[in-house]
Ligand binder design. Structure first.
Ligand SMILES: Nc1ncnc2c1ncn2[C@@H]1O[C@H](COP(=O)(O)OP(=O)(O)OP(=O)(O)O)[C@@H](O)[C@H]1O
Ligand SMILES: [Mg+2]
Length: 260
């Protein structure tokens, strides 16, 4: 049994837990259960953030939530991602993980799409009392735009910085950030990024928050401002979540400096 004293942040990519090619919310049931089992083998404190996948991006695109304020679209998208959060939380609890959904719409305000403030006292108390907060990509109110789409990829580094958490991993459906030959890059630093960014794109499916490039940019920004190293790895492959949670360096490492 592994017991980590430092909390970990794990993101479950929407492309792993949902069928992102679908035009309505569809859960990848078998993957979600496998992931819940892997997570249950970890005994440390953790925060889970999951992507919206086909429960969010499909509706965000339909109602053009990245372009304009549409109250009906806000509600339909929020209700849909809440359903996915409930499925994730149910699966985790079935495997004995005391997971609780924390919907960003209820605790976050953005300004022009960036988090301005998030209520964190509940999350801190959950960690203290060994509950596992589960946040997710959501629509949230925005001081300038009315509402905006908030990616799980932005929530992860925000929580890391605010809560002083230094181990974070984004599990997605590729073996990491792939180079021009489709091989995972071992490491991306701010310096190397300039040469590599032409190989990194948006999502292959519907995704209004920047796909792989969005992820890398969020994590690089964190590495520059907080010297935190994070990992992008394939959560679609059995055992990878286990390996990440147990401290292995896996997939692509996003770090402030080159590893010596
Ligand atoms: N260089 C690259 N390496 C890996 N994936 C890439 C690259 N360039 C573009 N992509 C695309 O980015 C996708 C990953 O981003 P995406 O936002 O869809 O995943 P996710 O985080 O699992 O989903 P969600 O945003 O719903 O949580 C990959 O599945 C792939 O289609
Ligand atoms: Mg995405």
């Amino acid at each position: 049994m592994i017991v980590s004293t430092e909390p970990v942040i794990l993101k479950l990519g929407g492309s792993v837990i949902t069928d992102k090619g679908a035009d309505e919310g569809i859960v990848r049931e078998a993957d979600l259960l496998r992931i819940a089992r892997e997570v249950s083998e970890f005994r440390g404190k953790m925060i889970i953030v999951h992507g919206a996948g086909s429960f969010g991006h499909t509706y965000a695109k339909k109602y053009r939530l990245d372009m304009n304020f549409d109250p009906e679209g806000v509600i339909i998208t929020h209700e849909s991602v809440k359903k996915l959060a409930s499925r994730v939380v149910d699966s985790l609890n079935r495997f004995g993980i005391r997971a609780v959904a924390v919907h960003p719409m209820g605790c976050t305000v953005c300004r022009k799409g960036r988090i301005e403030s998030m209520y964190l006292d509940n999350i801190k108390l959950m960690l203290k009392n060994n509950l596992v907060p589960v946040l997710h990509g959501d629509v949230v109110m925005d001081l300038e735009l009315g509402a905006c789409v908030l990616s799980g990829d932005q929530i992860v580094p925000y929580l890391a910085k605010e809560l002083g958490i230094t181990r974070l991993g984004l599990g997605s459906a590729e073996d990491g950030v792939l180079d021009k030959d489709g091989k995972p890059l071992p490491e991306i630093t701010p310096e190397k990024f300039e040469n590599l960014k032409r190989y990194i794109g948006g999502s292959g499916s519907t995704d209004v928050t920047g796909g792989m490039l969005g992820k890398v940019q969020e994590l690089l920004e964190l590495s520059k401002t907080s010297c935190i190293t994070s990992y992008i790895f394939n959560a679609g492959k059995a055992d990878n979540i286990n390996r990440f949670l147990n401290g292995e360096s896996i997939g692509t490492r996003i770090s402030p400096d080159e590893r010596v």
